[in-house]
Design a protein around this ligand. Sequence first.
Ligand code: TMP
Length: 254
Amino acid sequence: MARGRKLYEGKAKILFAGSEPGTIIQYFKDDATAFNNEKKGTITGKGVLNNRISEHLMQLLMEVGIPTHFIKRINMREQLVREVEIIPIEIIVRNVAAGSMAKRLGIPEGTLLPRSIVEYCYKSDELGDPLVAEEHITAFGWASPQDIDDITAMSLRVNDFLSGLFTGIGIKLVDFKLEFGRVYDEHGEMRIVLADEISPDNCRLWDSVTAEKMDKDRFRRDLGSVEEAYQEVARRLGILPEAELKEVDAPAPE
Ligand code: TMP
């Protein structure tokens, strides 16, 4: 598939124009960053695995009625998605205390939360994605109250679905981050769809029995065996054989 011009390079992905109008090609890199770019590294094969894992999860979510930007996977490192207008809010859903919330509220990591908690962060690398309230989102016009209701309801449905899916393969879905975007139909009607990616880069996944971390915290916290953890998630999802056709080094995306 012909790739158009480079539109944007993020920390883990590069976006290119797709050949059809209104489409984008997401190229998944092996680059990893943490703590707002302070820590940088490479996780060999991560791009291939995240491309495949995100494809798999987005497809399953679409099957249960969650609209997403996903169109199709093109090759090992690229997928075709709909062009969306990204809503500048990161939605974090938490089932178990961990990471920034555990630290902020002094709750021991691993504590089961009384119910799932949804948090909103303003998407800004400069500011380090600060936690914001609905009040900020509506007052500054990042999203309307209706948009927030829709996004929150979809995020909780994603949580219910993915929690069940991961439980079935011996993994606890501790928390995750989602991004949403706006698409417009031919009549100018706006619809919100799930965008970005869902992968061990933006989920916390713990082995149900041992509580071993199987996500990007292995990189953030220097726990080692990062590649193996991502591979194990793909293996348990039943999608490793294809991803395993190891295309180890990331070719230049030119
Ligand atoms: P946190 O506990 O560090 O706030 O992270 C919550 C969840 O969000 C965790 O699953 C990792 C994910 N996340 C991202 O996807 N991108 C980010 O920049 C951060 C800080 C977290």
